[in-house]
Design a protein around this ligand. Structure first.
Ligand SMILES: C[S@@+](CC[C@H](N)C(=O)[O-])C[C@H]1O[C@@H](n2cnc3c(N)ncnc32)[C@H](O)[C@@H]1O
Length: 207
């Protein structure tokens, strides 16, 4: 995990300056997420990075708990939250694996561009399912490298060894959906733009 933290700390500043890759697709994902929000809702975002998405969503819900392993990402997020004078986002340095919370705490959990970065996504999905209230939703945008770049499985360990890449897991969209349903979710919404490598999914916990 430490090597991962170092990787994300190192690229935090560059990451914060990177423009959104596809503004139209990003807006569609934001708006779709917001259709699930209500003003009294408690939200968790894990792997929040520099806080951009949490800040955009903050006026639609009661509170967003935003966590990330990288203190450098969180420093940037905190300065943006402070500059915008937002009071309902709490930032905390934690991995999703170590994050402690009572069952059925959240109405919505956001995991955006993060599931492919986890050592054990099945364990995390089971945890997310537990922390959601009945009827709650998990919103995820996930890079499914297995759909396209099958050879990447040979590159990823070398890139990680050299410190050029973080931990990266390789799976297809179908495998991701199996993992979500295996954790007890129903797929409520699924979208991807054209042949994009990322899929946007809203997965629901039964009432
Ligand atoms: C690709 S960035 C995505 C950031 C943001 N969600 C976005 O969509 O722009 C991945 C983020 O997840 C964080 N991260 C990686 N592994 C994590 C873990 N196990 N628990 C929490 N955060 C993690 C990294 O520090 C980084 O900020």
């Amino acid at each position: 995990m430490d090597q991962n933290i170092k990787f994300w700390d190192r690229i935090a500043k560059r990451y914060s300056m990177r423009p959104v890759a596809d503004e139209d697709a990003y807006q569609k994902k934001l708006q779709t997420s917001q259709q699930y929000f209500q003003p009294e809702m408690e939200v968790l975002e894990f792997g929040c990075g520099t806080g951009t998405t949490a800040i955009i969503h903050s006026s639609f819900v009661k509170h967003i708990q935003a966590i990330d392993i990288s203190s450098k990402m969180l420093e940037i997020a905190q300065s943006k939250v402070d500059a915008a004078n937002i009071k309902n986002i709490t930032l905390q340095q934690s991995s999703i694996d170590d994050f402690k919370v009572a069952n059925e705490t959240y109405d919505v959990v956001l995991g955006l561009s993060i599931l492919h970065l986890l050592a054990d996504k099945e364990q995390v999905l089971a945890k997310v399912h537990k922390m959601l209230k009945p009827g709650g939703v998990f919103v995820t945008n996930t890079v499914c490298i297995g759909d396209k770049l099958k050879f990447f499985k040979y590159i990823a360990p070398i890139g990680k060894f050299l410190g050029l890449l973080p931990l990266v897991s390789i799976f297809t969209t179908e495998e991701l959906k199996d993992s979500l349903t295996g954790a007890g979710f129903e797929i409520d919404y699924q979208w991807r733009k054209g042949k994009d490598i990322s899929v946007f999914i809203v997965a629901k916990k039964n009432e």
